[in-house]
Design a protein around this ligand. Structure first.
Ligand code: F6R
Length: 614
């Protein structure tokens, strides 16, 4: 996700800001920019692409020397990664500059309001709305902090904002709702940043900002208030991580950090999808409702973990839309001469948006006349560019090679697509769609609940680390979860792991069960799912043959207890949404076990994050 740094103090602001941005490069970004204040004027430079492009621009067009500055690395969400869309953005009169991390949900309404007021926008971003609003408040006579309070009360969504005012050269004002912000307190100098990595070289004294707070910083300190100007509480802390740990937010691996980011990532994926009249709206659907109504077959194509997200999606899409949905491994798709017509809808899922097998599959589908919807995490990547429509998963950059938050956000985006198709095709009533959306919106808190209770999973990994083979079983949407649990373990621990549909066990795989083999089983909700009792029987079958059963089951289900060696409890959820919860302990189990085996969890052997060859 975007990286933000702001600085006030005696040092040269440009070099502090650029160094800070460099230390946040690991967060992933596709453009960068800086603004400094000198002699009552703002000076700005912004460039698409890598930070080196911005540095080259600064060499060509140097900034005046300054002691107050803000910088930003942008991970594009609204608007392509261009120079114009890069931050900072300015107000209409060029007096304030602002950088933003997050998504402003009500930006379209605010932009319309500002345009009606004569404001001409210089970018396609949601962020510029905040800059223009702030500029208008300051031009009307508000101080920077007063203006920030006004705009924070108008913005909806997730945001960290940092702003400078050309006419107040010794201060920065920052605000935080749902996106990260820390203050770094040095001697006669103060920093604000998305994470401590940005300023750790200069100070290890930091302050964690609370939700819905504003901070005004000067070289001599900081003052925290809420959005209405009342004094706010903040938590000072001492940073004892080294730089590389700081980049990972104190976690040992990016993978573990990304597992813990999932409540936020899923919430961001779901954010801003409802119109004022309660209709579901998606990012860039350039396919008419009539064309979507004509679709007679849906084909999901993807690779690896994204393919498993597609397998989950199939159950939801068919259930909600009553349209037949096939799920294809992208590398197999075009070579078997699939039956595609202009009434086929191809849905492609890709975290990176660059996977060659998936790209070739959608090119083939388009040549045959199909429409293509991409579910992708990378704005402006090739796959969304070559598709007719895109739903972005706003997971932020995924750096660990093994996909975690990528998977959960892909599943969430698939649910949105399924509900959208049901809405357009009229296969579900509005109140039925609203009820599922309501449950979906509650899932981030439940994922957090799973993450708050992980000691058992860590202990289990320690106990099972010397096993050489493990099995994963599930039925219905639990089956792709089993496949994903096995893949995570294979990828980073290099153990033999297989996922099976639990009902298929007796047709062959049960021969693998021998004394002591760990078998993970995902149990559907009790009483609300017809398969619950069948899965309980499957657990008994493997246990009778000596397996050690690790059972993932919802709270309150006691029926499995006699047959379980280990019970991992999950919060209650409906059958279709359970994968958002059941996958999480399996990810963490794999991460912990690989750590205990001494493997490089973030860069497992033989694997690449983005597979751009067929
Ligand atoms: C597994 C994993 C891979 C990817 C696959 C597709 O942890 O990361 O299986 O899911 O290579 O990648 P994307 O989603 O970028 O197309």
């Amino acid at each position: 996700m975007c990286g933000i740094i702001g600085y006030v103090g005696p040092r040269d602001a440009e070099s502090v800001v650029i160094d800070g941005l460099r230390r946040m490069e690991y967060r992933g970004y596709d453009s960068a920019g800086i603004a400094v204040v000198t002699d009552g004027q703002l000076a700005l430079r912004k460039k698409s692409g890598k930070l080196s492009n911005l540095v080259a621009e600064l060499e060509e067009r140097p900034l005046p020397s300054s002691h107050t500055g803000v910088g930003h690395t942008r991970w594009a969400t609204h608007g392509a990664p261009t120079d114009d869309n890069a931050h900072p953005h300015t107000g209409a009169d060029g007096r304030v500059a602002l950088v933003h991390n997050g998504i402003i949900e009500n930006f379209a309404a605010l932009r319309a309001e500002l345009e009606a007021d004569g404001v001409v926008f210089a970018s396609e971003t949601d962020s510029e709305v905040a800059a223009q609003l702030l500029g208008r408040e300051v031009a009307r006579g508000a101080s920077l902090v007063e203006g920030m309070r006004v705009i924070c009360n108008r913005l909806e969504g997730a945001f960290t904002l940092v702003a400078v005012d050309a006419q107040a050269p010794d201060r920065l004002v920052a605000a935080r709702r749902n996106s990260p912000l820390v203050v770094g307190v040095g001697e006669n100098e103060t920093f604000v940043a998305s994470d401590v990595a940005a300023f750790i070289e200069f100070t290890r004294e930091a302050v964690e900002m609370g939700q819905d707070q504003i901070v005004e910083v000067t070289p001599s300190g900081y003052e925290v208030t809420d959005f209405d100007g009342n004094p706010g509480e903040s938590k000072p802390f001492h940073v004892d991580w080294d730089l590389s740990a700081a980049e990972k937010g104190g976690y040992d691996w990016f993978m573990r950090k990304e597992i813990y980011e999932q409540p936020r990532a899923v919430a961001d994926t779901l954010l801003g999808r409802l119109s004022d009249d309660g209709e579901l709206v998606l990012d860039e659907i350039r396919i008419s409702a009539d064309d979507l109504r004509r679709v007679n077959k849906i084909i999901i194509v993807a690779c690896g973990t994204a393919h498993y997200a597609g397998l989950v999606a199939k159950y939801a899409i068919e259930h909600w839309t009553r349209v037949a949905c096939e799920v294809e491994i992208a590398s197999e798709f075009r070579y078997r001469d699939p039956i595609i017509t202009s009434e086929s809808l191809v849905v492609t899922i890709s975290q990176s948006g660059e996977t060659a097998d998936t790209l070739m599959a959608i090119r083939h589908a388009r040549v045959q006349g199909a429409r293509v919807i991409a579910i992708c995490n990378t704005n402006g990547a090739t796959i969304p560019r070559e598709s007719d429509a895109v739903i972005y998963t706003h997971a932020g950059p995924e750096i660990g090679v093994a996909s975690t938050k990528g998977f959960l956000t892909q599943v969430a985006a698939c649910y949105l697509l399924g509900l959208y198709l049901a809405q357009v095709r009229g296969t579900k009533f509005g109140d039925e769609i609203a009820a599922v959306l309501d449950e979906l919106n509650g899932m981030p808190a439940k994922i957090q609940q799973v993450l708050d209770n992980t000691q058992q999973v860590l202990d289990l990994a320690a106990r099972l680390k010397d096993r050489t083979s493990m099995l994963f079983l599930g039925r219905h949407v639990g089956y792709p979860v089993a496949l994903e649990g096995a893949l995570k373990l294979k990828e980073i621990s290099y153990l033999h792991a297989e996922g099976f549909p639990a009902g298929e066990l007796k047709h062959g795989p049960i021969a693998l069960v021998d004394d002591g083999i760990p078998v993970f089983v995902i149990v559907p909700p009790q009483g609300r799912d017809q398969l619950h009792d069948k899965v309980v029987s499957n657990i008994q079958e493997v246990r009778a043959r000596g397996a050690k059963t690790v059972v993932l089951v919802e709270e309150g289900d006691h029926e499995v207890e006699p047959y379980s060696d280990e019970i991992i409890r999950l919060p209650k959820a409906s059958t279709l949404l359970q994968p958002l919860l059941a996958t999480v302990p399996l990810q963490l189990f794999a991460c912990e076990l690989a750590t205990l085996l001494g493997h490089d969890v973030d860069q497992p052997r033989n694997l690449a994050k983005s597979v751009t060859v067929e």
